[in-house]
Design a binder for this molecule. Structure first.
Ligand code: GLN
Length: 539
């Protein structure tokens, strides 16, 4: 079958959940047996989101091939189990970079380089890159931003051109907002009409409208929107607020979105998508017995998107372990040795979050010491693992000024440091270890038991490493290095085996956790938290 392209645009306001709608459509098409992938085109000038402030953009997600990507790629993977790569997230910055590189090379043969056709041609080339591999039946392309934004224009223009070029093999789904005015007790369609008009002005007629709403869209409102927007009434669907984003694929299926897409592309839908495993997850989610209370100690707690993949991994694990997740965010800057008990004592498990820089780090040490001394299940991720190491060095090994050279370059005990080979390339700025690397685990470790194997591959995003010069001292005192990179011997996982569950990973296991395949370490951690909770209740 020829590759089919589905574009997802958004109007009226941002944050309507284009990523969730794109993921849900992909989930349904995949469940119908099609080979699907999703890509995101972000209109900002940054080359990638690696340097973006988490306060503005939420978490930076990392793909297996080491690309620092928009957090929507996390949704794509969690909903579909499809691994994304660098090719799945393109920014305006990358488009311009590649056009400017071509211009410098003389590829344009002296022509004036312009937005149309040069930038739009480069966008179109990138849109079709994954499609041209022949590996996919459907390419879903989410266009970041909102229709009408100046910076989205070249992308929207490229979609318009592609619709002509691809004919029946291309459709456009437009997501808008239908506000409910409580005083008038009415759903308002005008913003949607304007947004569709804006899209039509630039030459795109949407095929399907998805209306974000807090109240059910009445048949009358649906008919009105269909009429004013030139869209078939059955192709006007609603996306109503639901308690969990994981309910959205079935909500779309109930409104036949997958069938409508197939028909619009000239494919007769056969049978039903196999959503049985997904529905089994939803059943578990709705039939949990009791809570498990997990705290995340980090510095970005005001913005929960900053730890998006960790939140979702914990949620998936809690669901599989039969519990409702009661997730608390603890601001590491507020934790000190006087108040730590009040923050942590009613938690069943504690995650020490990843991060960069000094801010809030002392609170992480205080929390770790408390967890270690009270034997609370504790999971340190990346910087969280490095903090486990530093806190242990200070408090157990007696190295009072131990630190990471990220925080204190002149520390006498650099238990976390840049490795020699990184130091030599640091001037080139290429020091971040990114993407999936292999890790060998000791067979008797908690990590190996959780994974059910001694060889795993997980994704990284960090510069600093455990300093192997200290390894023997740590191990003699009870903190074991149970996971290492088989080629470089860099430490990947530390554990204190005498405690219930005290594990730190230099890598980020949260990036590989999906709804249908939650990450085994999270499952094991949440299970330990539940057992700890039960043991407290039985006292
Ligand atoms: N700041 C630490 C490093 O660069 C940890 C990074 C992280 O937690 N992702 O090594």
């Amino acid at each position: 079958m020829e590759t089919k392209y589905i574009f997802v645009t958004g109007g009226v306001v941002s944050s309507l959940g284009k990523g969730i709608i794109s993921s849900s459509v992909a989930c349904l098409l995949k469940a119908r047996g099609y080979r699907v992938t999703i890509q995101k085109f972000d209109p900002y000038i940054n080359i990638d989101p690696g340097t973006l402030n988490p306060y503005e953009h939420g978490e930076c997600y990392v793909t297996v091939d080491g690309h620092e990507a928009d957090l929507d790629l996390g949704h794509y993977e969690r909903f579909t189990d499809i691994q994304t790569t660098r090719a799945n997230n393109i920014t305006t910055g990358r488009i311009y970079q590649s056009v400017i590189d071509k211009e410098r090379r003389g590829d344009y043969l002296g022509k004036t380089v312009q937005i149309v056709p040069h930038i739009t041609d480069e966008i179109k080339r990138n849109v079709k890159l994954l499609g041209n591999t022949g590996n996919f039946d459907f390419i879903i392309t989410e266009i970041g931003g909102t229709v009408g934004d100046i910076e989205s224009l070249p992308f929207i223009e490229s979609v318009r051109q592609l619709r002509w070029e691809l004919g029946n093999n291309c459709i456009c789904i437009h997501l808008t907002y239908v506000p409910y005015i409580a005083a008038a007790k009415e759903l308002k369609t005008k913003p949607t009409q304007h947004s569709v008009k804006q899209l039509q002005e630039v030459g795109i007629q949407p095929d399907i409208l998805v209306l974000r709403t807090e109240k059910d869209i009445t048949p009358e409102v649906r008919r009105k929107i269909a009429l004013f927007c030139n869209v078939a009434p059955e192709a006007v669907v609603q996306s109503i607020d639901v308690p969990s984003i994981y309910e959205v694929p079935m909500k779309m299926h109930e409104q036949h979105v997958d069938e409508i897409i197939l028909r619009k592309m000239g494919i007769a839908p056969e049978g039903e998508p196999n959503m049985a495993p997904w529905v089994a997850f939803l059943d578990k989610m709705k039939n949990t017995s009791g809570d498990v209370t997990i705290g995340i100690v980090g510095k970005y707690v005001e913005l929960q998107d900053a730890y998006k993949s960790i939140n979702e991994s914990l949620f998936q694990a809690a669901t599989y372990d039969g519990r409702h997740l009661d997730l608390r965010f603890i601001h590491s800057e507020k934790v000190n040795s006087e108040n730590v008990g009040s923050y942590l004592s009613d938690l069943d498990g504690v995650v020490i979050a990843p991060g960069f820089g000094q801010r809030g780090i002392e609170g992480k040490f205080v929390a770790l010491k408390w967890c270690r001394e009270h034997d609370v299940p504790t999971f340190g991720i990346c910087l969280g693992m490095q903090c486990m190491v530093i806190e242990f060095a200070r408090d157990v090994l007696g190295l009072k000024d131990a630190n990471s050279t990220e925080m204190e370059p002149s520390t006498p005990d650099n238990v976390i440091d840049l490795m020699e080979e990184q130091k030599s390339i640091s001037n080139l700025g290429g020091t971040m270890r990114l993407g999936a690397y292999e890790c060998s685990l000791s067979p008797d470790s908690i990590a190996a038991k959780a994974y059910g194997t001694t060889s795993v591959k997980e994704r990284h995003r960090h510069r600093f490493e455990f300093n192997n010069d200290y390894r023997e001292r740590f191990e003699a005192a009870g903190m074991k290095c149970v996971g290492e990179n088989p080629a470089t011997h860099l430490v990947e996982v530390v554990e204190i085996p005498t405690l219930r569950w005290f594990t730190g990973t230099q890598y980020h296991p949260e990036y590989s956790s999906t709804v249908l395949h939650p990450n085994p370490l999270f499952l094991s951690f949440v299970k330990a938290a539940i057992e700890y909770r039960n043991s407290k209740n039985n006292k």
